[in-house]
Every structure is written in structure tokens, then in C-alpha cells.
Write a protein that binds this ligand. Structure first.
Ligand SMILES: N[C@@H](CCC(=O)N[C@@H](CS)C(=O)NCC(=O)O)C(=O)O
Length: 234
């Protein structure tokens, strides 16, 4: 058994899994992946074999002779930041770190409309559906808030630090927002200026290529009947 493993959902669909995987990838350590396809009859039982919350992602680290199990993407980022400070998951400077934690927590706890109406579907391109889904309650406000966060972090911290990400180099706040950039691309949510440039930068982060390749080739397809009230109103 590897010293580190992460249990994940389908790579095409599981945005929380992607966040956990991104911060782990950033640490540069070898790890094993356990992928459990979501929305199958045995999904819950299979996730519970690894994750006590019944949710993915879940990290397992073997250290000091013990297994440390951490579920929840934000808790995973914190646990890794403590153990691998050289990964720079949080900015070194206190004000930047406070803002990075605030915007990561805001993503973690909020953006319900964006999550409900623009589900991650990394390999798909659905601009026509995106035009309709953008009119769903709360989506426009969520998109505007994401853009405001990206632009203010880039202006106040990222650009002054000399890097292309929210606070300079790729960190946990960027991991929180990368699945959002993927959603914007899938649903053709057009952005301008610094927000558009940042979304491009996120999706071009080199380690993402391996995740995207797996998302494109995995066999599972999830339908989203919950979008029907907007896409196919009766
Ligand atoms: N707040 C949690 C959310 C985790 C979550 O909701 N994960 C979903 C997949 S994206 C899940 O495990 N669903 C279980 C299921 O569909 O049975 C985190 O940040 O890790």
C-alpha cells in the first residue's frame, strides 16, 4: 500500500475530488488514486470503505506508523499545507494568506446556484445549454462574484507577487476555483479582461492535463435531469 492515497469520484464530474487532487498534486509526492464512480448503486458503500463521511475526496497518509485519514477538500488542503510548506498552498505573507483562506472558504461554503445549475462536466462543450442555464436563479450573481474575487485577488496580490495565479504561484485558492473555470468553459460563460486570462491560466496548469485525459477516457456518463426545469420547461 502506498504511503499516500486519495479516494476520488469520476474525474469528469467530481469537482470536490478535483480540488483535493490538485492540492495533493501540488505537493509533488507520489500517491495512489482510488476512483469510485458516483451515482451507482454501490457508490456509497464503496466510498465508505475509504471515507468515513461517505464523500470524496478523502486523503490517507501513512505517517509515524499510523494512518491519517482526512476527508473534505479544504481540510485536505490544510493538512497538506502543514506537512508540505514548500508547496506554498497558502501564501507566505499574512494578509495574502488571510484573503486566500477567505476566498477558498467562500467557494467551499457558497455558490450554490453555480453548483446546482452548472455542474462540472469537464469533457463536454455546452454553450447553448449554458445560455439557458445562466438565466437560472442566482447563477448570474454567482458568476459576477467569482469574477470580482478573481480580479481583486489578481490585482491586490497575484500580479504584485509576479505570478499568474490569484496569489502568485498555484495554491489552494486556485485549486478551489479551477473547477469553476472548467464549468465556465463547458457552458460558454464568456469572461473578459483579467478574469478571462486567469481562467485560461488555470486550465493550462500543466498537471491538470493528466486529470483531463482521464476525464475524457473514463467510461461513466452521468445525466443531469435536475437541469430539466431550465433546459426543458413544461
Ligand atoms: N465539502 C466536501 C464536499 C464533498 C462532496 O460533496 N463530494 C461529492 C462528490 S463531488 C460526493 O462525495 N458525493 C457522494 C455521492 O455522490 O454519493 C468537500 O469539500 O470535500
Amino acid at each position: 500500500m502506498a504511503d499516500c492515497s486519495i479516494t476520488l469520484g469520476n474525474k469528469n464530474y467530481s469537482s470536490w475530488s478535483l480540488r483535493g487532487w490538485l492540492v495533493l498534486e501540488r505537493c509533488g509526492i507520489p500517491f495512489e488514486e482510488i476512483v469510485v464512480p458516483l451515482r451507482q448503486a454501490d457508490t456509497r458503500a464503496r466510498i465508505l470503505e475509504h471515507s468515513p463521511s461517505g464523500k470524496v475526496p478523502c486523503l490517507r497518509l501513512h505517517e509515524a506508523g499510523q494512518d491519517l485519514v482526512v476527508w473534505d477538500s479544504l481540510a485536505i488542503a490544510e493538512a497538506l499545507a502543514e506537512r508540505f510548506p514548500q508547496a506554498g498552498l497558502w501564501p507566505a505573507e499574512a494578509a495574502a494568506r488571510a484573503r486566500a483562506r477567505a476566498v477558498a472558504a467562500e467557494m467551499h461554503a457558497g455558490f450554490g446556484a453555480l453548483r446546482q445549475w452548472l455542474p462540472m462536466d469537464m469533457r463536454a462543450s455546452r454553450p447553448a445549454e449554458g445560455r439557458k442555464l445562466r438565466a437560472a436563479p442566482g447563477v448570474e450573481a454567482d458568476v459576477a462574484r467569482v469574477v470580482a474575487i478573481w480580479e481583486s485577488c489578481r490585482r491586490d496580490f497575484g500580479a504584485p507577487a509576479g505570478g499568474d495565479f490569484l496569489f502568485g504561484g498555484f495554491g489552494a485558492a486556485d485549486a478551489a476555483y479551477l473547477p469553476v473555470a472548467s464549468r465556465f468553459r463547458t457552458y460558454g460563460i464568456g469572461l473578459g479582461g483579467p478574469a478571462a486570462a486567469y481562467a485560461e491560466t488555470l486550465l493550462a496548469w500543466p498537471p491538470l492535463a493528466a486529470w483531463r485525459q482521464a476525464a475524457e477516457t473514463e467510461p461513466w456518463v452521468i445525466e443531469f435531469p435536475e437541469l430539466d426545469p431550465i433546459l426543458r420547461p413544461r
